[in-house]
Write a protein that binds this ligand. Structure first.
Ligand SMILES: Nc1nc2c(c(=O)[nH]1)N[C@H]1C(S)=C(S)[C@@H](COP(=O)(O)OP(=O)(O)OC[C@H]3O[C@@H](n4cnc5c(=O)[nH]c(N)nc54)[C@H](O)[C@@H]3O)O[C@H]1N2
Ligand SMILES: Nc1nc2c(c(=O)[nH]1)N[C@H]1C(S)=C(S)[C@@H](COP(=O)(O)OP(=O)(O)OC[C@H]3O[C@@H](n4cnc5c(=O)[nH]c(N)nc54)[C@H](O)[C@@H]3O)O[C@H]1N2
Ligand SMILES: [Mo]
Length: 768
C-alpha cells in the first residue's frame, strides 16, 4: 500500500459471525501478504508463545505450559507480521521526505513505511532526518543530558521492552538522577496498581491460568477479548463447554464475547460450530459499573440478612469475612442504604437484570472477575476496582482455586516493567537495595507520571524526553495541546522499530534510534541472547528471537540503553554496561540480586514451561495491607463522572476504544471487522434512537466537541454517525484519532489514568 493508495471508502454492515472462525484465518493470510512476509512469516508464527520460542509482542495474556501447535491468534499474527515486515523506512526514504511532508501522513501510512533502519538526527536546515553513526548519537545525547537538570528530563517506556531492558533503563534514569519514569501503564492499568494494594495488598491480579479450570462463574467487565486478548477465549470456551456461566458487563455487544469459533480447531471450522460465550450480557451505561456492582452487593447482603433471620443457608461467606476482612459492617450498611432507583438510573440496568446476575454469582462456588480498560479509564476507575473487590470479598472469592481478580493487562511486558523498577513512585522501587548494589545515591523525589509529564511539557518545565518504545504524543490525552508544546523541548530521543507521529514532533536536538524487535535474533559477544517478560498472571517467560534482524545497523534495546547510559554517566556509573550487553544473563543476575523473592535463580527458571510465577500473598490469604486484612471499601457515590452533566441533556458520554485492526496507535487497516465498520475509523457509533433524538441522519457527518469549561476548544470534525446497538446517551469512537478531545485533567482520581472511556461531548452538525 502506498501513501496515495489509501482512500477512505467506508461501508458498514452488521457482523453476525462468531469471532475467530474463517474470517480470522483469512485475515492472518492477508496480513502476511500485506507485510510481504509470506516466506518467513509462517515459520516465525510456529515459534510464537512456545517454550524456547518468542513471547508474542501483542497482548500479555498467559502462555500455557502445553501450548497448541498454533499458540497465536489473529491479532498476534498481525503483530508478528507488522514487526518482521520486509518494508523499510531506510536512509533513502528519509532523504526523499521532509518532516513537514511526513507530518501530513496518517498513522497507518507512517507505520506502513516499514522498519526504521539507521540512527538519525533531525536536521533543521533541510527539515529531514539524516543518518548518523551510533557513536555520534550516543555522545551528543550524553552531552545534552548532562547539560539538563535531571528533574527536567523524562524517561518514558511503552510496556513492550523486556525485563532486562527495563531494569537497565530504570537504573540509567536513577543513576542520572531522576524518578521521572512514567510508562504506558499510567494510561492503562495504573488504576489497578493503585486500587488493589489498598484492598488485597498486592498490585496485580491473583489469578493463574489453571484457575480457569476450577472457576464456576466468570464476571467480565469492560474488555474486548475477541480483539485484544483473543487467546483468552480458549479457556473461556472450555469453561462454557463445562456449562460455566459467563456474565458480561459492556455497553457494546462485542462479538468475541457473544460467540467464538476456534480457528485452530479443524472440527469447529469445518462444522462451523461456535460456542456461545456470554450467558448473560448486560449492556450497561458507560461508567455504570460502580452502580451495577453495588446493586449486586446490595442483593447479596439483603439476601444474607433474610437467610440469617430465617435460619436458611448463608449467602455471604461469613467465616471468610470474619477471619480475613476489615470494614464489612460499614460497607454492608452503605449497600443496604443504596437506593434501587439510583442504581438503575446510574447503571442503565434494570433491577431484574442485576438481581439475575447476583443470583448466578451467589450460586457459584468459585468466581473470577476479569476486566479491562472499560473499568480503569474512568474518572472513577479506582473506585470501580474497589467495587469489584468488594463483590469478590463478600463470598470469599480471593485466595481459593478458581476464584480471584484478573486485570487483563495490555502491552506484553507492561506488568513486568513495573516489577523491575520502571515507576515514578520511589516508594515502589527498592532504592536502598539499588544503592548498595550499585554504590550510588538514588533520587528520592517522586517523579512525573504520564499526565504530569504532559503538563510539564506544556508548561515548558520538561526539556528533555527519552522514549523507549511507544508513540507518546499520539497516545496521550489532549494530544494536540501536547504536540504543539512538544517542539519547545531541547532534546527528544526515541527508540523505535517503526516511524510514528511522535518521531515527527521533534525537539531542537532530536534523535530517532532504530532497535531490533523481540522476534529478531539478538547476537551479542557471548552468542545469541534471550530476554524475558511477565504475563498478565504474574508468570515470567523466556523469549528467544526467531528471525534475522531487519538490518545489520540495528542495535538491540539493551545495547541502546547501555550506549546512552555510558555516554551520559561516564565514570559516575559502576555498572559494566558493555559486559551486560555482551551477556544478558548478567543483567538477570543483577535483577535476581535486587528482587530475590521474585527472581531468585532467574537464569535457571526462565524457561519453565508456562513461566515461573511471582509470589502473590493474596493467593495465600496473607494480606499486606495497613489493617493486615482484606479491606472492604466504602465508596464515594455512584456517579460515573463528576465532570459530566446529568444524563438526559444533550451531553453524550464518549468512549474511545480499539478496533480489530490496530495495536494501540499502530493502525493495520481501516476495518473493524467484528463491529462491521469498514474502510474508515472516523465514526461515531450511536444508537439509532439517539441519532433520531438529535434530529440527525444515519451516515451524517458531525463534529464532536468536548464539554469542558477551561477555555480550550477541543473538537474533531468529519465523524460519520453510525447506527450501533448502544445505550442511550453513550457514543463510541476510535483511539487515537479522538485523543485531542480528552482534557489532560480529565483523569482517574488517585491513579491519573486518563478517562478515555467517558469523555463528555456535544455534537455539532456539519464537518467543521
Ligand atoms: N489486537 C490488539 N491487542 C491489544 C491491544 C490492541 O490495540 N490491539 N492493546 C493492548 C493494550 S495496551 C491494552 S490496555 C489492552 C486493551 O484491551 P481493552 O481493555 O479491551 O481495551 P479497549 O479496546 O479500549 O476496549 C474497552 C472495552 O471496554 C468497553 N467499555 C467502555 N466503557 C465501558 C464502561 O464504562 N463499562 C464497561 N463495563 N465497559 C466499557 C468497551 O465497549 C470495550 O469493549 O489490549 C492489549 N491488546
Ligand atoms: N483515547 C485513548 N487513549 C489511549 C487509550 C485508549 O483506550 N483511548 N489507551 C491507552 C493505553 S491502554 C496505552 S497502553 C497507551 C499506549 O501507548 P504507547 O505504548 O505509547 O503506544 P503504542 O501505540 O503501543 O506504541 C507503538 C510504537 O511503539 C514502537 N515499538 C513497537 N515495538 C517496539 C519495540 O519492540 N521496541 C521499541 N523500542 N519500540 C517499539 C513502534 O515504533 C510503534 O510506533 O495508549 C493509551 N491511550
Ligand atoms: Mo494498555
Amino acid at each position: 500500500m502506498k501513501h496515495e493508495d489509501i482512500v477512505e471508502d467506508a461501508t458498514f454492515e452488521s457482523y453476525d459471525h462468531p469471532a475467530g472462525g474463517w474470517g480470522s484465518l483469512k485475515a492472518v493470510t492477508s496480513i502476511l501478504a500485506e507485510e510481504r512476509v509470506l516466506v518467513h512469516g509462517p515459520a516465525a508464527l510456529m515459534k510464537q508463545n512456545k517454550p524456547d520460542g518468542f513471547a508474542c509482542v501483542s497482548c500479555s495474556w498467559a502462555k500455557p505450559a502445553d501450548p497448541h501447535t498454533f499458540e497465536f491468534c489473529e491479532n498476534g499474527a498481525k503483530a508478528t507480521a507488522w514487526e518482521i515486515t520486509t518494508r523499510r523506512a531506510d536512509a533513502a526514504f528519509f532523504a526523499k521526505h521532509t518532516v513537514a511532508e511526513l507530518s501530513t501522513w496518517n498513522d497507518l501510512e507512517l507505520e506502513h513505511a516499514g522498519r526504521l533502519m539507521v540512527p538519525m538526527r533531525y536536521d533543521a536546515q533541510t527539515d529531514k532526518y539524516v543518518p548518523v553513526s551510533w557513536l555520534q548519537a550516543f555522545e551528543e545525547i550524553g552531552r545534552e543530558l548532562r547539560k539538563l537538570d535531571p528533574d527536567e528530563v523524562v524517561f518514558y517506556a511503552s510496556g513492550r521492552a523486556s525485563l532486562e531492558t527495563s531494569y537497565m533503563y530504570q537504573l540509567f534514569a536513577r543513576m542520572y538522577g531522576t524518578n521521572n519514569l512514567p510508562d504506558s501503564s499510567n494510561m492503562c492499568h495504573e488504576s489497578t496498581s493503585v486500587a488493589l494494594p489498598k484492598t488485597i495488598g498486592v498490585a496485580v491480579g491473583t489469578v493463574k491460568l489453571e484457575d480457569f479450570e476450577h472457576a464456576d462463574c466468570f464476571l467480565f467487565f469492560g474488555h474486548n477479548t475477541g480483539t485484544n486478548a483473543p487467546r483468552m477465549l480458549h479457556p473461556l470456551q472450555e469453561a462454557r463447554k463445562r456449562g460455566v456461566p459467563i456474565i458480561t458487563f459492556n455497553p457494546i455487544r462485542e462479538r468475541g464475547l457473544v460467540a467464538f469459533s476456534n480457528p485452530q480447531s479443524p472440527v469447529e471450522m469445518l462444522g462451523a460450530k461456535q460456542t456461545q460465550i456470554s450467558t448473560q450480557y448486560l449492556q450497561l451505561q458507560i461508567g455504570g459499573d460502580t452502580a451495577a456492582v453495588m446493586g449486586m452487593c446490595k442483593w447479596l447482603i439483603e439476601a444474607d440478612d433474610r437467610a440469617l433471620q430465617e435460619g436458611t443457608a448463608r449467602v455471604l461467606d461469613a467465616d471468610f469475612i470474619a477471619e480475613h476482612t476489615h470494614g464489612f459492617d460499614a460497607f454492608a450498611q452503605q449497600a443496604r442504604q443504596s437506593d434501587w432507583d439510583e442504581i438503575e438510573r446510574q447503571s442503565g440496568l434494570s433491577l431484574e437484570a442485576i438481581s439475575e446476575a447476583a443470583r448466578t454469582y451467589a450460586n457459584a462456588k468459585a468466581t473470577m472477575i476479569m476486566y479491562g480498560m472499560g473499568i480503569t479509564q474512568h474518572r472513577k476507575g479506582v473506585r470501580n476496582i474497589h467495587m469489584l473487590t468488594n463483590l469478590l470479598l463478600l463470598r470469599g472469592n480471593i485466595g481459593r482455586p478458581g476464584a480471584g481478580i484478573c486485570p487483563i493487562r495490555g502491552h506484553s511486558n507492561v506488568q513486568g516493567q513495573r516489577t523491575v523498577g520502571i515507576t515514578e513512585k520511589p516508594e515502589l522501587a527498592p532504592l536502598d537495595k539499588l544503592k548498595t548494589q550499585f554504590g550510588f545515591e538514588p533520587p528520592r523525589k517522586t517523579g512525573l507520571n504520564t499526565v504530569e509529564a504532559c503538563e510539564g511539557v506544556i508548561a515548558g518545565k520538561v526539556k528533555g524526553f527519552v522514549i523507549l518504545g511507544g508513540n507518546f504524543v499520539r497516545a496521550v490525552p489532549d494530544s494536540e495541546r501536547v504536540e504543539s508544546a512538544w517542539r519547545k523541548q531541547r532534546l527528544t530521543v526515541q527508540v523505535l522499530t517503526k516511524l510514528n507521529r511522535s518521531a515527527l514532533v521533534h525537539g531542537e536536538v532530536s534523535y530517532v534510534l532504530p532497535c531490533r524487535g523481540r522476534i529478531e535474533i539478538d547476537q551479542q559477544a557471548s552468542g545469541p541472547q534471550a530476554v524475558s517478560v511477565e504475563d498478565s498472571t504474574g508468570c515470567m517467560h523466556g523469549s528467544r528471537g526467531a528471525v534475522e534482524p531487519a538490518g545489520p545497523t540495528l542495535l538491540s534495546e539493551p545495547a541502546i540503553v547501555a550506549g546512552m547510559a555510558k555516554a551520559t554517566l561516564g565514570e559516575r556509573s559502576t555498572v559494566d554496561w558493555d559486559r551486560w550487553v555482551g551477556d544478558y544473563s548478567l543483567v538477570r543476575d543483577a535483577i535476581a540480586e535486587t528482587y530475590p523473592e521474585i527472581f531468585h535463580d532467574f537464569n535457571a527458571r526462565m524457561w519453565t514451561p508456562g513461566g515461573f510465577p511471582r509470589p502473590l500473598t493474596a493467593r495465600e490469604r496473607k494480606w499486606k495491607t495497613e489493617t493486615g486484612k482484606a479491606n472492604f471499601i466504602v465508596i464515594d457515590g455512584f456517579d460515573a463522572d463528576p465532570d459530566m452533566p446529568e444524563h438526559g441533556s444533550d451531553v453524550l458520554r464518549l468512549q474511545t476504544m480499539r478496533g480489530d485492526s490496530q495495536f494501540n496507535t499502530t493502525v493495520y487497516s481501516l476495518d473493524d471487522r467484528f463491529r462491521g465498520v469498514f474502510g474508515t475509523r472516523k465514526v461515531l457509533l450511536m444508537s439509532r434512537a439517539d441519532i433520531a433524538r438529535f434530529g440527525c441522519e444515519v451516515g451524517e457527518i458531525v463534529t464532536a466537541v468536548t464539554v469542558a469549561h477551561d477555555g480550550f476548544d477541543r473538537r474533531v470534525a468529519g465523524l460519520r454517525l453510525t447506527a450501533f446497538d448502544m445505550p442511550s446517551g453513550c457514543v463510541a469512537g476510535y483511539y487515537p484519532e479522538l485523543n485531542g478531545l480528552i482534557p489532560l485533567w480529565h483523569h482517574a482520581d488517585g491513579s491519573k489514568v486518563p478517562a478515555a472511556k467517558s469523555i463528555p461531548i456535544r455534537l455539532e452538525r456539519g464537518a467543521v
